[in-house]
Design a protein around this ligand. Sequence first.
Ligand SMILES: [Zn+2]
Length: 243
Amino acid sequence: MKYHNLHTHTSYSDGAFSPEQLVKIAKAKNLEVIGICDHAFSRKLSNEYQITSCLEEYLEDLRGIQQSLEDIDLKIGIEIDASKIYGVNPSDLPFDILNKFDYVLFEYVNTENEYWGPVGKRDIDEIIKIRNQLTIPVGLAHNDLQKNYKRKEKKLAKLLSDNDIFIELNQSEFHPRRGVGRNTRDGLDYYKHFSKKLLKELVNKQVKVVAGTDAHTAETLGDLNNVYQFIDENNLLCHELIS
Ligand SMILES: [Zn+2]
């Protein structure tokens, strides 16, 4: 597994740094792979804080940076809101342009409530239905799988495996406005709630994982040791993007 962070945001959405600055900081923190996945297709954020209306420009800018890099590998991602309240119906997505990205993360899949409020549950079947229209790696961002798939661990692992959907294990960045870690429940990162049964099913079905921090600033950009250790200890399979 390479030293990586596949969940970061830049000033193209609600992150603090430009892509150039973020990559530079990532390099200084010795990351080998950095994935930038700015927000898109969400009513949670105003238009200037997401890339929905400038996908081509974002891609072109990041490809330029990607080609100029030597000591670090940049992956160009996009984080799509799949919630019922704020997000997009997956069938309405522009697949042609999405397939030019290096990967896509769907957030809030099968999620009724997030740690900050209701988001409206969109069934994972709606992602499965359009999965074959996406030719790039597809993942679930920081999902509270233990809560969202309670007593359906086996079915979930099979679904993810059969449809080649990876999961992002998120070591949370602190959310200054909310006063808690992003993507946590009862003070613990979502992945730390995974039961032995869920982990066993994920390993059995060879569901792939990546690590991220949902970094909006520089603080947690290279701070992933806990999640790397979790991946190692539980013999989880890393995605090709970072192996
Ligand atoms: Zn994010």
